[in-house]
Design a binder for this molecule. Structure first.
Ligand code: FPP
Length: 247
């Protein structure tokens, strides 16, 4: 199913959200149901992300964000953390090699200080290449936590205020947004959380103020193109009013 030019029953064209954000969840349960180690679920989840990202690009999504590793995920058993980072490295290496051909820009949302040195070096190279590419923007939330992000922005503003660069009255929503990891990226239109959990788990709390939220029981490794189609169809049924009234 393709959304370009498709007409909904009542005649209005089906619109593809400009920005879709996904919480990758359910990998562990997917593996457990099959008697496999949790890490097998993450490997399958990474594969699913490759397919879903390609599909989102093909239907015209301009920004795709994935919550891949949170600031809280460090609390998991060391072997699971190590495997997730191995998969992330593999994905980042592969993305670095292919991003020009696939016309994918990458933005990393998350604190880099805690990341291994080789990953930080790779991310710097990805940042550099991304500046020269014009295409879908893939935002990977790695070592990301929304409260951490907002705290960091508050600290940057406080430093500027203490240095006399801005006065407290000059602090606006825009000056906060421009100090978040997501600076310059439009807010998500649609947030998808698979696996039956109905919460945001410290994901883009500032940015999702007016996002449409879509929850489904499908576990992330089972997610496919039809699930994206279903979420987009549901998005098209929503009436976004941003606190105003219709018309
Ligand atoms: C949540 O499922 C998933 C994670 C914490 C890790 C997701 C990371 C990857 C799939 C690695 C590669 C990522 C990319 C973008 C290529 P869970 O383990 O909490 O599932 P559960 O709730 O069923 O236990």
């Amino acid at each position: 199913m393709r959304f370009f030019g498709r007409k909904k029953k009542h005649g209005a064209p089906a619109s593809v959200p400009e920005h879709i954000a996904i919480i990758l969840d359910g990998n562990g349960r997917w593996a457990r149901k099959r008697g496999m180690p949790r890490t097998a679920g993450h490997a399958r989840g990474a594969e699913t992300f490759r397919r879903v990202a390609t599909y989102c690009r093909d239907i015209g999504v301009k920004y795709l964000t994935a919550y891949a590793f949170s600031t809280e995920n460090w609390r998991r058993p060391p072997e699971e953390v190590a495997e997730i980072w191995r998969l992330l490295r593999e994905y980042l290496d592969e993305t670095y090699e292919r991003m020009e051909r696939d016309r994918v820009k990458v933005r990393i949302l998350g604190g880099r200080e805690e990341m291994p040195e080789d990953v930080r070096e790779l991310l710097a190279k990805i940042d550099e290449k991304s500046r020269r590419i014009d295409g879908i923007t893939l935002c990977l939330c790695i070592n990301y936590g929304s409260r951490d992000e907002i705290t960091r922005a508050a600290r940057l503003l406080a430093e500027d205020a203490a240095a006399g660069k801005i006065s407290p009255e000059e602090i606006t929503e825009d000056s906060i947004a421009s100090r978040l990891y997501s600076a310059g990226i439009p807010d998500p239109d649609l947030v998808i959380r698979p696996s039956g959990e109905v919460r945001l788990s410290n994901f883009l709390l500032w940015q999702c103020a007016y996002s449409e939220l879509y929850f489904t029981d499908t576990l992330w490794p089972d997610f496919g193109e039809e699930d994206i189609d279903r979420a987009v169809a549901e998005y098209n049924r929503r009436d976004r009013r941003y606190g105003g009234v219709k018309g």
